[in-house]
Structures are given as C-alpha cells and as structure tokens.
Design a protein around this ligand. Sequence first.
Ligand SMILES: Cc1cc2nc3c(=O)[nH]c(=O)nc-3n(C[C@H](O)[C@H](O)[C@H](O)COP(=O)(O)OP(=O)(O)OC[C@H]3O[C@@H](n4cnc5c(N)ncnc54)[C@H](O)[C@@H]3O)c2cc1C
Length: 379
Amino acid sequence: MRVLIVGAGVSGLFIAYELAMKGVREVVVVDKSYPGSGASLRNVACFRSSFTSPEHVLLMKESIKKWLELKDRLNLDIEQSGYLWVARKPETLDTFRKLVSFYHSYEIPAKILNVDEVKGLVPKINSKIISGAMFDPTAGKMGILKNFVKIYLETKKAGVKIIPYTEVKKLITSNDRVVSVETSRGVLEADVYVVAAAGDSKRLLEPLGVHLPIKDVPRHPMITEPYAADYRLGLLIDWDTPGSPHITQTVHGGFILARDLEDIPEASLYSPRSDAFKNIVKPLAELLPFLKHLKIVRYWMGYYDMTPDHHPIYGPVDQYMNLFIAAGFSGHGMMLAPVTGEVISSWIIEGKPSIPVAQNLTLERFKTGKLVRELAVIG
Ligand SMILES: Cc1cc2nc3c(=O)[nH]c(=O)nc-3n(C[C@H](O)[C@H](O)[C@H](O)COP(=O)(O)OP(=O)(O)OC[C@H]3O[C@@H](n4cnc5c(N)ncnc54)[C@H](O)[C@@H]3O)c2cc1C
C-alpha cells in the first residue's frame, strides 16, 4: 500500500511513523515548507488528560502513555510535573471539586490544594490573592525542538520519505477516489491520501466538496529571559481571569506566557499585537510577582486550528473512500500526536480505529449535530 500524507507537522509525522512501524512500506510525507513549520514548532508543548469530554480524557490518557514509552526509548525531553489551575475566587473551588470527581472516574489523580499546599508547590506565588487550586500530577511539559527532531529522525529511520518545500496545490479525484495530487514539484500518486495540514486542510478539501469547519485562530505567546525561580510545574493556569492566562518554564529557563486573546480568525501571522504584552503579563505577574523583573526576549504568533466543538476531525471522508483527515486539533495536537498516529494508521490498515472512542470524532458529527463538547481549551 502506498500512503501519501500532506503536512509534516507532528500529526503527519506520527501517522507516517505508525504506518511504517505497522509494515506499510511506501509512506511519503510532503510539506509546503520545512517539517514542523506550522504550529508544531510554535507551541507551548504542555500535556494533560484533565479535559472535560470523555473523548479527550480517554485519548489524552493513551497519548501520555505513548509519549512516556517514547521518552524511555528515544530519550525524549518530557516531565510529568503537573498542571496547577489556580482559583482566585473561593467559589471556583466548587467547580474544581466537580471536575476532580469527574477526573477520578477516569483514574486521573487530580486533587484540590489549599493555599498553604499551593505555596508549598510554588513558593513564589502571591498567596494573598488566591483561594486554592486544582492539581493534576499526571500532566506536564516537554522540550519541543528536541522531541520533534527525534520523532522526525525516527520516522525517517522507519523508512518514511519526507519531502519538504513541496506544496500540494490540488487533489485530483475520479468518482469516489482520490487518484493523485498536483504539487509545486509535479504529480504524486498513492493508494491512500491523508490530509494533516492543520487549517490548510480546509482550503485543500473545499474544492472536493468536503467542508471542514476549521478556523485558524491566532495565538500570541511570548518568552522571558532565563530565570532561576524555584518553579517546577508543567503549567500554571489563572482560571478566574478571562482567557485563562497561563505560564510554563522551558528547559532553558525562560518562562513562556500566553492567554486566549480575542482575535480575527485567519488574521496574518505577521500582525503582532502590542496589547498582548500588557494583557498577558499583568495577570500572571499578579500571581508570580518575580515576573515584573523579567524581560520578554521573544514574542511570536501561531494558529490554533479550531473546530466548533474544540476536538480534532479524525478519519475517513464519506465521499472518497481512500481519503483520511487528521486536523482541527484546537490547541492540543502536540499532546495528542502519538494517538493521532495510532488512530489514523489503524483506520487505514484495519478499517476502524484501534481506540473506539475516536469514531465519535469524524467529520460526520457536524452533519448529524452530534458535537462533543470541550470546555477547557488551554494547552
Ligand atoms: C501558541 C501555541 C501553543 C500551543 N500549545 C500547545 C500545547 O501546549 N500542547 C499541545 O498539545 N498543543 C499545543 N498547541 C497546538 C499544537 O501546536 C498543534 O495542535 C499541533 O502542532 C498540530 O500539528 P499538525 O501536524 O496537525 O499541524 P501543523 O504543525 O500546523 O502542520 C501542518 C503542516 O502542513 C503543512 N501544509 C499546509 N498546507 C500544505 C500544502 N498545501 N501542501 C503541503 N504541506 C502543507 C504546513 O506547512 C505544516 O507544516 C499550541 C499551538 C500554538 C499555536
């Protein structure tokens, strides 16, 4: 079987890797730019299974397991140092209690922390303005560049051909099949086609009459100079401030800060916003006053490829029997990537996903109205 994958982001690479590991001999991945040039090398690289939909919880739990297996095998940079959801208001703790009981039903050992316990975990937090927190110790963070490069090299080692700087312009169809793709460097043919091109998947598939409800929503993260704070968390989230400002520290010591700012979907990645600095730094510096002394050394933009229910679109497309989609990760595609590879490769080889709950995430759900709700979109 020959499989052609459009997009060499973390999703495309993991799909290719899993296909090759399962014995598919001809797997080709094409990218219009360099591998990782989409959201995959622009993200905050945190992970958790503490979501609010059973679909996300089950898939993320499996994905974390797979990341940890890969960590041991490939010496990846992954730390299960936890997510801390900080409550400023006392009543928020009631919401956290409900969430904790939901997580416990999926064996996620999340817990409520009182102010002293939060202070024990984050000694530099301004405890005067908080009421407590929810902590998920199974969540964490990873080193984005090192891990991406290792996955890239491992995928090539497995026999996958990765072709950069080759844009797929058009998918050519005949009846109910895709027969080839026209690229900027000629025509490529395969037996099965996978579109894993994030928001661009929508633009590629629209001419085929396949409408993907994905919007590219700009994000505005920034990173400080390195600072040796006594800080070991995966991610800290300011739950009670709109847009959930959040912060993580990279292995190099810089703190990445981000917040959901209202923005125009599809706005150019070359339209930086000067208000991002104040809006993102201020609430986080209230919680972690040492941030006031740090300088921002870099600010960048990247897209969340958002779907209406904040879950990815997985699997086959009704109209074309050899066409598959893996896009619309809504800010969670890095953590989900090993499972994306598992789900799509099993769908291609065995005709159904090896993780059954993935079947709830096909494009079909937007026609039938069976949307899957996710309330905690953060990272
Ligand atoms: C600021 C920010 C923070 C984030 N934080 C997190 C986080 O903490 N945890 C997490 O799990 N996720 C996070 N994400 C989301 C995560 O980065 C994405 O969900 C993930 O990278 C999606 O990977 P992908 O391979 O599907 O898409 P991409 O990495 O965007 O890859 C798609 C690829 O397709 C290529 N392409 C597009 N069109 C074509 C074409 N016509 N022909 C050929 N190639 C094409 C592009 O060049 C690109 O390389 C964050 C995202 C951003 C922007």
